[in-house]
Design a protein around this ligand. Structure first.
Ligand SMILES: Cc1cc2nc3c(=O)[nH]c(=O)nc-3n(C[C@H](O)[C@H](O)[C@H](O)COP(=O)(O)OP(=O)(O)OC[C@H]3O[C@@H](n4cnc5c(N)ncnc54)[C@H](O)[C@@H]3O)c2cc1C
Length: 465
């Protein structure tokens, strides 16, 4: 065998000969896979079919020592490192052409301390797995609402979910993190240990290191919550979204309600309001009453259900292996104009799998000071994400065009900000927009913890000399 070609962070091709690959393999507890090995294609596969990267080496990590070994190996040769936990990032950053992919998906440990309401979680855990475990003790923390997404990727960029208005973003619930930085050191980041790193890791994705454990604060939740959705025909879309805006403005923090423009399985464009109420059931019925009455909806699927079911109710709409492209906008409000633009724009959607999601923030999210974590959009009221989805690469141009046009049309109503976890490969200006006023502080941390930009497969913060 004549070795394997890899690519450095500067884009130069280098040859990794058999001896150095064998030496790395020797150091690992987990598997090292090359393109010829079985399991390589499965391991490099990620949710969004838009990305089909072929890493030079794929390492299925068995623990922090594997991460350290890979980081040291990569740093010595300046090879880019990508980290895949749940594999659901739309930008495809969980893998990389010619670099090393750290596959964390086998690290599934969850250690709960129900008495202290804390949990230490390894990064291969998905929200479905985490919720199931925590709910066995009537506990949960804010997490993504699709059960297949990874706790690591969701949390390290923010973490929107049904609990956020009551309990903050997923990253607001972090107590500590274990992380391997670019110098190959395993560090603890918490309010008292490496506090600068703790600030930066809460939002910087993998820019500052590879996280091997996330420690969360938990809250009593459920096990039964009032959740589901109401559906209206798109013809009523503008009225429904105006009602949604007014309804959410007065909603208690126990309620999260998100609106979606989507197409039903039988091909009808609709507007939906998805909701989850986590307070007492009898109060919940009163709170959601206006949702049941407005219109009225053509379908009312709000009902008591296990919290774990509420956390997976959109799973089937986002299957693995379709083509996806997202455009995010942060909003301080929903004017009549933006509502009209969104509804008219959705009526021109080029694929029946496409949707637009409006997420309501506020509550506990807004009470965290802007400078406490990297997430800067504390004053935002809504996030709007335009999400075309399609099934064939030949169609890509038209669906991307639809999303770009609609996104441009709503920019006059946006703060100009974006949610980092929803960004595609949109360039440096959009990364700055995602971090807002926290961007300069992140650059300083990048200079300190990853000065050669080994961790460049993310919404990248470039070090500055
Ligand atoms: C169907 C679907 C539903 C979603 N729903 C929500 C939602 O409800 N709320 C929400 O906030 N977001 C949601 N998202 C967006 C989600 O937050 C991001 O896609 C997130 O990056 C996914 O994390 P992952 O671990 O699955 O992805 P991966 O692709 O594995 O990781 C994405 C990035 O996160 C970073 N990362 C991952 N693991 C580590 C690690 N161990 N150490 C350091 N950095 C790491 C890296 O930069 C990596 O490139 C959703 C996405 C999809 C596709």
């Amino acid at each position: 065998m004549e070795g394997i070609r890899a690519v450095t962070t500067a884009g130069q091709e280098i040859l990794l000969n058999d001896a150095v690959i064998a030496e790395l393999r020797e150091r690992l507890h987990g598997e090292l896979l090359c393109a010829a090995d079985s399991g390589y294609d499965e391991g490099r596969s990620i949710w969004n079919a838009m990305h089909d990267d072929r890493p030079a080496l794929l390492v299925r990590c068995a623990g922090a020592s594997d991460v350290i070994a890979v980081v040291n190996f990569a740093r010595a040769r300046n090879i880019a490192v990508a980290v895949r936990s749940g594999g659901h990032n739309v930008s495809g950053s969980g893998s990389c052409d010619g670099g090393i992919q750290l596959d964390m998906s086998r690290l599934k440990g969850i250690t709960l301390d129900p008495g202290h309401r804390t949990a230490r979680v390894e990064p291969g855990v998905t929200w479905g797995e985490f919720d199931r475990e925590a709910q066995a003790f009537g506990l949960a923390t804010t997490g993504g609402i699709c059960s297949q997404t990874g706790v690591a990727g969701v949390t390290l960029g923010g973490g929107f979910g049904w609990l956020m208005r009551k309990h903050g973003l997923a990253l607001d619930n972090l107590l500590s993190l274990d992380v391997v930085t670019a110098d190959g050191q395993l560090r603890r980041a918490s309010p008292t240990e490496n506090p600068d790193l703790f600030f930066g890791l809460r939002g910087a994705q993998s820019n500052l290191g590879i996280v091997t454990v996330l420690e969360y604060r938990l809250h009593p939740v459920g096990p039964i919550v009032l959740a589901g959705m109401v559906l209206h025909p798109i013809e009523r879309g503008k009225d429904v979204l105006r009602f949604y805006r007014d309804f959410t403005a007065g909603a208690p923090e126990e309620l999260s309600a998100w609106a979606a423009l989507l197409t039903s399985p039988d091909g009808h464009p609709m507007v939906a309001i998805l909701a989850c109420y986590i307070g007492p059931a009898e109060e919940g019925e009163q709170v959601v009453k206006p949702l049941r009455e407005f219109g009225p909806p053509v379908m009312d699927m709000l009902k008591p259900m296990p919290y774990v079911s509420a956390q997976s109710m959109i799973d089937e709409s986002f299957p693995h292996g379709r083509f996806n492209y997202w455009k995010s906008s942060i909003m301080t409000g929903l004017s009549d104009e933006v509502i009209d633009t969104l509804v008219d724009g959705y009526r021109g959607a080029s694929s029946p799998y496409s949707s637009v999601l409006i997420e309501h923030l506020g509550g506990a999210v807004s009470r965290v000071p802007q400078e406490e974590t990297v997430f800067p959009h504390r004053a935002a009221a809504y996030e709007v994400v335009i999400m075309p989805m399609w099934t064939s690469t030949a169609e890509s141009e038209s669906h991307i065009g639809w999303a770009d046009d609609l996104w441009h049309a709503i920019q006059p109503f946006s703060t100009g900000g974006a949610y980092v976890n929803y960004l595609g490969n949109e360039g440096e200006d959009r990364v700055r927009a995602a971090y807002g006023t926290n961007f300069p502080r992140l650059v300083m941390l990048k200079n300190k913890y990853d000065p050669t930009n080994l961790f460049c497969r993310n919404q990248n913060i470039k070090p500055q000399s």
